[in-house]
Design a protein around this ligand. Structure first.
Ligand code: ADP
Ligand code: MG
Length: 283
């Protein structure tokens, strides 16, 4: 795939922006064979309130995609429709070749609040979906430990949630979402309740997990820097009813390290996205 490196700050001239979007579309078309998740003209109206209007996007297998947008624009609604927890009013959502109508085991979800069961140990919280899915617990214990090790919690398997920090709890909830090996992980502002230092550490942990387990991830965030650091592509949503107002391929090399946030290329992506958000009055 072609790396996209911005050389001009913002606001970008219309022609250049169109060309960036065109490049991004071409890349998406290249990936079409590997598409695992497809939204076509998806809309959602709650009673009188139109939350989402005709959103179409395709995500390739193993791709890391972020959604950036203002509070209340419909990001969570979009994610919940992909998870099968909310039904679209129009359009359709396809994951792994089939229409999403109800929650499914091949899609894991991580919310802003980890919501762990306080009386269960870390290990038992991670194994909870296995019980819901009626799968044999003993087959997943090794995987649970491997996941906990991946997020540096192997020494806390027997601890209770109240003995953990906020960041540790959120790492447990990520392990829980991955325990039954879903193809896709949906993350709704998972780090926004954490302090800046923990948040950066979590981003690095998440990329390590993503590269090791090769998941497709859709990540909702308010942080432009977080979106650029993590993603292959970033979609910017406008004010409600949410539509896609910009799409940008992030061509920074991988693996990514926090020091990259100081680099010029990184900051050019951030500037471009900030301009596109401001142009769409998204914040
Ligand atoms: P975001 O995650 O971008 O902050 P949401 O997707 O949570 O936004 O909400 C988008 C809009 O839809 C908001 O105006 C919210 O009040 C409304 N909304 C969300 N869920 C419901 C619901 N179940 N019933 C009615 N309105 C809802
Ligand atoms: Mg939300």
């Amino acid at each position: 795939m072609t790396a996209l490196v911005l050389t001009d700050q913002s606001p970008l001239p219309e022609g250049q922006k169109a060309s960036l979007l065109g490049t991004s579309r071409a890349i998406r078309e290249e990936c079409i064979d590997a598409t695992t998740l497809q939204l076509t003209n998806v809309g959602k109206i709650f009673d009188q309130l139109e939350a989402i209007r005709s959103i179409s996007l395709a995500v390739a297998k193993g791709e890391f995609v972020s959604l950036l947008g203002p509070s209340g624009c419909g990001k969570s609604t979009l994610l919940l429709m992909v998870a099968g927890l909310i039904t679209p009013t129009s359009g359709n959502v396809i994951v792994g070749g089939s229409d999403v109508r109800t929650p499914r085991a091949d899609v894991g979800v991580v919310f802003q609040t980890p919501i762990l069961l306080p009386w269960r140990s870390v290990l038992d919280n991670v194994l909870l979906p296995i019980e819901f899915l009626n799968l044999p617990r003993k087959n997943f214990i090794e995987r649970a430990y491997a996941l906990l090790k991946m997020v540096r919690l192997e020494d806390f398997a027997g601890a209770l949630p109240r003995q953990l920090s906020g960041g540790m709890r959120q790492r447990v909830s990520i392990c829980r979402a991955l325990i039954n090996d879903p193809s896709t992980l949906l993350m709704d502002e998972p780090f926004s309740a954490l302090d800046a230092f923990t948040r950066d550490e979590m981003s690095v942990d998440l990329l390590r997990i993503w590269q090791t387990y090769q998941k497709t991830i859709i990540f909702v965030t308010h942080s432009i820097r977080e979106a650029v650091f993590l993603s292959d592509r970033v979609f910017v949503l406008g004010n409600r009813p949410a539509t896609i107002i910009d799409e940008m391929k992030i061509g920074l090399p991988r693996p990514r390290a926090l020091e990259m946030m100081e680099e010029n290329d990184f900051n050019q992506y951030v500037r471009h996205l900030r301009c596109s958000i401001e142009a769409g009055h998204a914040y």
